[in-house]
Design a protein around this ligand. Structure first.
Ligand code: 4AD
Ligand code: MG
Length: 456
């Protein structure tokens, strides 16, 4: 039986089989106390082994941190502080030994930097174990939220021939050998007969389905070959992208705010023990801050207002700000941490710094874009209303240097039954960072991929 299940509804007197990994062993007065953890919850189960058990000297007394065991025993009330129940062992079998001379996870606290060097073992620690459970809970809550709101999930391709963000940050996918790649005929000889890459966003394909099913979302791995070594960038990350037909920027912002609040509520309710660990050891005051996110409306600022706030702040930023420049993480964090003290939705960015698909505002200088910035992180969500007017979209695509032949299908969506539509992308790892308070994005994804780093 899983430890989470036992501790949730303990039935004293039950005879149980429990498996897990030994966290600690302590011997005292002819007994041994084993703390075992099976990853199902933060708490360990305490096992009491009496000295007259048949394999006490040969096995139990040799158990060390990291060994895997199977224990049979009776669940009894625990006389000691710290836990309500414990298992009185009738049988202890070792499934796998862990040599204490070389097992890297000893009882002391390890730095996250060190744990990154052992990505095959770090999920056995309290903090990374909690991240794993919270990530899973968030994943499930996302699907529940969209199902309840009438959305269909669409699986958009991982290999694609369209560069959604137009930022040239795609990893190329090729079946050619190095020598063939250099030849003049190039990609026409390649597997797809044209240049293909790993997707930077499923949005363009999600738009196809929004324009047939009204409300859809795609949620999957996304790849960016940008050389950013920061605590909030990965080369492979998960992005959630809803797309809604018959929807404008207002509706887009409403959905995004409702989603963030719903996800925070879900983890507050379902992951209380794990969140408490982060509140105590990683990000003091986290629980109160998360509750405030749920209770307060998000702040709204236009890009114009945001730039004014930044210019008149009197702060010396590393990157100077003026109208037309993109907001950097330091600006985003100033706006939500110091100006608003809560999540902020910044809208109507200059057209020149945003991709071709965003709907041009009246006046032609700005687009119907919105970013949600959150304390501690900066940009969590980026979205927009899409340009649904054929002529205007065509102009912007031409200006962006896109081939109208290759993106003809995207223009077709504006030619046949075009409708106002909108959507956004939420960076899943940034969401996990936001609810856990974990500083580095590499510690909230099981296998982080960053420049120079893809160990297993
Ligand atoms: O703002 P972005 O680039 O937007 C898009 O890709 C749109 N096509 C989304 C849409 O409208 N459907 O990315 C969306 C979010 C960002 O706000 C950020 O949270 C996350 O994805 N993100 C990253 N997360 C980790 N590592 C990276 N390198 C990221 N780049 C973006
Ligand atoms: Mg963005």
């Amino acid at each position: 039986m899983q430890i989470a299940q036992i501790l949730k509804q303990p039935n004293l007197g039950d005879h149980l089989d429990v498996c897990g990994w030994v966290r600690t062993r302590r011997d005292s007065g002819g007994f041994s106390f084993l703390e075992i953890n099976d990853g199902s919850c933060l708490a360990n189960l305490q096992i009491i082994v009496e000295g007259d058990l048949h394999n006490y000297e040969q096995v139990v007394k040799k158990l060390t941190t990291g060994c895997s065991v199977k224990v049979q025993g009776e669940l009894v009330e625990s006389p000691a502080k710290g836990q309500k129940v414990e298992l009185r062992a009738a049988e202890v079998d070792v499934l796998g030994w862990a040599d204490p001379e070389t097992y890297p996870l000893q009882k002391k606290r390890h730095s996250f930097e060190f744990l990154r060097t052992i990505s095959h073992l770090r999920s056995r620690t309290n903090a990374l174990g909690a991240v794993t459970r919270i990530r899973s809970a968030l994943n499930f809550a996302i699907h529940r939220f969209f199902k309840e709101q009438g959305f269909f999930q669409v699986h958009t391709p991982i290999i694609t021939t369209s560069d959604c963000e137009g930022a040239g940050e795609m990893f190329t996918v090729t079946a050619l050998e190095q020598a063939e790649l250099g030849k003049a005929e190039g990609f026409s000889q390649d597997f797809f007969h044209r240049k293909a890459g790993l997707t930077v966003s499923g949005q363009l394909q999600a738009e196809i389905f929004a324009l047939s099913h009204s409300r859809v979302y795609t949620f999957g791995p996304t790849f960016r070959a940008e050389n950013s070594n920061t605590s909030r960038h990965l080369a492979e990350f998960w992005m959630l992208e809803p797309e809604m037909a018959f929807c404008d920027l207002q509706g887009d912002m409403q959905l995004a705010e409702a989603l963030v609040k719903d996800l925070v509520t879900a983890v507050l309710e379902e992951c209380a023990d794990d969140l408490e660990l982060f509140d105590r050891f990683i990000a003091k005051g986290l629980l109160a801050r998360l509750q405030a996110v749920v209770d307060q409306p998000f702040e709204h600022l236009s890009y114009d207002e945001a730039v004014k706030q930044l210019v008149t702040s009197g702060k010396s930023f590393e990157f100077p700000v003026s109208w037309g420049s993109d907001l950097q993480a330091e600006h985003e964090r100033y706006l939500c941490e110091e100006v608003a003290g809560r999540p902020v939705i910044v809208t109507n960015y200059p057209a020149q710094i945003k991709p071709f698909y965003m709907r041009l505002d009246d006046g032609g200088k700005t687009v119907a874009a919105m970013d949600i910035l959150v304390p501690g992180i900066g940009e969590l969500i980026g979205g927009s209303q899409r340009e649904e007017r054929y002529d205007l979209l065509k102009e912007r695509m031409e200006a962006a240097g896109l081939s109208l032949e290759e993106y003809g299908w995207y223009l077709d969506l504006r030619k046949y039954g075009s409708v106002p539509h909108a959507g956004f992308g939420l960076g899943f790892e940034r969401m996990v960072q936001f609810v856990t308070g974990m500083q580095n994005i590499r510690d909230v994804i099981p296998f982080p991929r960053t420049p120079g780093n893809a160990p297993c």
